[in-house]
Ligand binder design. Structure first.
Ligand code: F6P
Length: 365
């Protein structure tokens, strides 16, 4: 029997669609079936750092209506502020992990469920080890770069948003005889670009895992034109580099996020092909929408399993989705293994077989 009666839950890192579905699943199962109290910690670990502490006891009745369907996270989140290297207003950086652990203790919690990505798990696991916290992780990220799970909460909805964007771009591209470039997120992984590009009928997909020579993309566009096609769709992942190896970044507050490669690609393609080119940068539209069914399903299954893991007296685990079943693996695996696009995997093969240029000039198998 587990000694657990009272658990905390927090969302950490960039938000995505499906976080509320995961919080809901944890609350309904832990409270409804096991009688545990579920404490929602606000704004990730910031809620434990603030004094007074920022939290709310989660009442299952709150989850009977809208929340399953809603994007964002009702708990709030942050993707800044490493507890062990915390930026202070005077510009110094200090270790504030002890304050967070003290905050956790003040809430008299028996365990913690963290919903995050690899960066969040690295910090949460360190805190758990230092503070003797029983921690279970639920993977979420639109980027889908967490190792050990085929799908993280939020990825499928981001792919759906990017696919829908291509559905919107194709008719206008065809009406104006244009090349449309869609820049999508994904940080250092090309999963969103590759999946949405295939699903949305792109002619070229550029991902950070495959260095591109735009001459190949231009040749593809010219070949389409020679066969009577008057438009082309190009998807580019935000971390793709220029031909000189430069990553494009945009200042965003104190930090710089990826951004701008779409405009660079468009300008180069216009030079190389003479075609009129336009750019759409999808940005946070990929994160903020309502979760599609697949994400609600994964979030619900992973949320329930996270509670089951704790109820079985286990912790330091990541719950994961593999081959349509829910498993759990050591949390350390999620931190150590980065999931980039598999260049030998089925989606790269599919893209090439459909005649989509991946910018490397490789011929169709
Ligand atoms: O990791 C999720 C993500 O949306 C990335 O795809 C993107 O590079 C980054 O976060 C954007 O972060 P921010 O919300 O801080 O602009």
């Amino acid at each position: 029997m587990s000694e657990i009666r009272r658990i905390g839950i927090l969302t950490s890192g960039g938000d995505c669609a499906g976080l509320n579905a995961a919080v809901r699943a944890v609350t309904l199962h832990a409270h409804g079936n096991l009688g545990w109290t579920v404490v929602g910690i606000q704004k990730g670990t910031l809620g434990l750092l603030s004094r007074p502490l920022q939290y709310e006891t989660l009442d299952p009745r709150r989850f009977t209506g809208q929340l399953l369907r809603m994007g964002g996270t009702v708990l709030g989140t942050t993707n800044k502020g490493d507890a062990f290297d915390y930026p202070m207003p005077d510009g110094s950086r200090i270790d504030r992990s002890g304050e967070i652990i003290e905050g956790y203790r003040q809430l008299r919690l028996d365990a913690l469920i963290g919903i995050g990505g690899d960066g969040s798990f690295a910090i949460l696991r360190r805190l758990a080890q230092q503070g003797g916290i029983r921690l279970v992780g639920i993977p979420k990220t639109i980027d889908n770069d967490v190792g050990s799970t085929e799908s993280a909460v939020g990825h499928a909805s981001a792919v759906a948003a990017a696919t829908e964007a291509l559905d919107h771009l194709q008719p206008t591209a065809a009406s104006h005889d244009r090349v449309m470039v869609l820049e999508v997120m994904g940080r250092d992984a090309g999963h969103i670009a590759l999946s949405a590009g295939i699903a949305g009928g792109a002619d070229a997909i550029l991902i950070p895992e495959i260095p591109a020579d735009l001459a190949h993309v231009a040749a593809k566009i010219q070949a389409l034109k020679a066969h009577g096609r008057n438009f082309a769709l190009v998807v580019v992942a935000e971390a793709v580099r220029t031909e000189t190896g430069e990553a494009m970044r945009q200042a965003a507050g104190e930090t710089a996020s990826y951004g701008g490669i779409g405009h660079w690609v468009a300008a180069r393609l216009e030079e190389l092909t003479g075609a009129e080119t336009r750019v759409a940068v999808l940005g946070h539209i990929q994160r903020g929408g309502k979760p599609i069914a697949q994400d609600r399903l994964i979030a619900s299954a992973l949320g329930v399993h996270a509670v089951d893991v704790l109820a079985e007296g286990r912790h330091d685990r990541l719950v994961a989705w593999r081959n349509r079943i829910v498993i759990d693996v050591p949390l350390e695996d999620a931190i150590r293994t980065y999931a980039a696009v598999d260049l030998e995997g089925p989606l790269v093969h599919t893209a090439r077989s459909l005649g989509i240029s991946l910018g490397d000039g490789a011929s169709t198998p």
